[in-house]
Design a protein around this ligand. Structure first.
Ligand code: CP
Ligand code: NVA
Length: 326
């Protein structure tokens, strides 16, 4: 089997998606599973007090246009654990595309740092940085995708359930960036993906199209339900996220009204199999998309997933950066 992943053209330049983590769909099943393996090994090394210093003396830029607790903290801690240094870049000061062109910022940063972690609104910004720079670009969340979250979920799920294949994740809520990357993950690794959302909040057609081949190849299912009780019936894990994502706060009250029946609470869990667990990418809005009772209950794996952000992201860097002594 040829494992070549397509180059894609952006502007007049070819971007090799394997040099970056722009979206999970650019990575093969083998590479995703290998990344989870590396993450597990790095986690073990930390617990045994024997961390690798693979990136000793290297520097990684962190450019975040949206707020963050988990992603910005875990990248910095992880880079430190691997012997490198993180440099926080201030979007207001840099004025990307306003004070200076994206092209020139990408070219300059490529002379100073070994990789760039970016949280942005537009997916296109990451593609432009990848096009004009010469360093790996890592997607730390855009309006469209959150690949690091999906890899951390895969690690957590494997730790808890022992396998990904044939298992079912039911995402309850908005067909958003996190849902998109989980759908990609599921299509690649042989999981079933269920979305439970109000009508009109489904995922973009592009995501359904780009994941269809993976679901077909594995014989797994992509399903959408507008009734959350139906959606959870055969789920191994329920996945929660905010109803209103960062940058989409306009019309928040109206949107929330549609989502009230989609709260992850004890009643909804009673329709799921007894073994079904729950996770949430966090931050959770307790009392909105998920109740205190579920968040504080013994079926919640959100904090295990959050812990793995640290190791999964180190594994992503491991895949994309050359070790210092090479
Ligand atoms: N889940 C996640 O990405 O959290 P932050 O927004 O706090 O980084
Ligand atoms: N969908 C959420 C995820 C936060 C980690 C957002 O984009 O705000």
């Amino acid at each position: 089997m040829v494992l070549r992943e397509a180059f894609f053209v952006f502007g007049d330049k070819m971007i090799d998606p394997k040099r970056h983590l722009l979206r999970l769909n650019d990575w093969s099943e083998e590479r995703i599973l290998e990344t989870v393996d590396i993450a597990m090994r790095l986690k073990k090394e930390i617990h045994e007090g024997k961390p690798s210093t693979r990136f000793h003396g290297q520097t990684i830029g962190m450019f975040f246009e949206k707020p963050s607790l988990r992603t910005i903290t875990t990248f910095q801690v992880g880079i430190h654990q691997l012997g490198g240094a993180a440099v926080i870049l201030d979007p207001t000061s840099i004025g990307l595309g306003k004070r200076e062109s994206i092209k020139d910022v990408a070219r300059c940063l490529s002379r100073w740092v070994n990789a760039l972690v970016v949280r942005s609104f537009k997916q296109e910004l990451l593609e432009q940085l990848a096009e004009h720079g010469s360093i790996p670009i890592i997607n730390a969340l855009t309006d469209d995708y959150h690949p690091c979250q999906a890899i951390s979920f895969a690690q957590m799920f494997l730790e808890q359930f022992g396998t990904l294949r044939g298992k079912t994740v039911a995402f309850i809520g908005d067909g958003n960036n996190v849902a998109n990357s989980l759908t990609t993950l599921a299509s690649k690794v042989g999981m079933n993906f269920t979305l439970a959302c109000p009508k009109g909040f489904e995922q973009p057609k592009a995501v359904i199209d780009e994941t269809a081949e993976g679901f077909k190849r594995h014989g797994t299912k992509y399903r959408v339900f507008n009734d959350p009780k139906e959606a959870v019936k055969d789920a191994d894990i329920l996945y929660g996220d905010v109803w209103v994502s960062m940058g989409q706060e306009g019309g928040k009250d109206a949107k929330q009204a549609y989502f009230l029946p989609f709260q992850i609470n004890d009643e909804l869990l009673s329709y799921a199999p007894a073994h079904c667990m729950v996770t949430h990418c966090l931050p959770a809005h307790r009392g909105e998309e998920i109740t205190d009772s579920v968040m504080d209950g013994n079926r919640n794996l959100s904090y295990e997933e959050a812990e793995n952000r640290l190791h999964a992201q180190k594994a992503v860097l491991w895949q994309l950066m050359s070790p210092t002594d090479k």
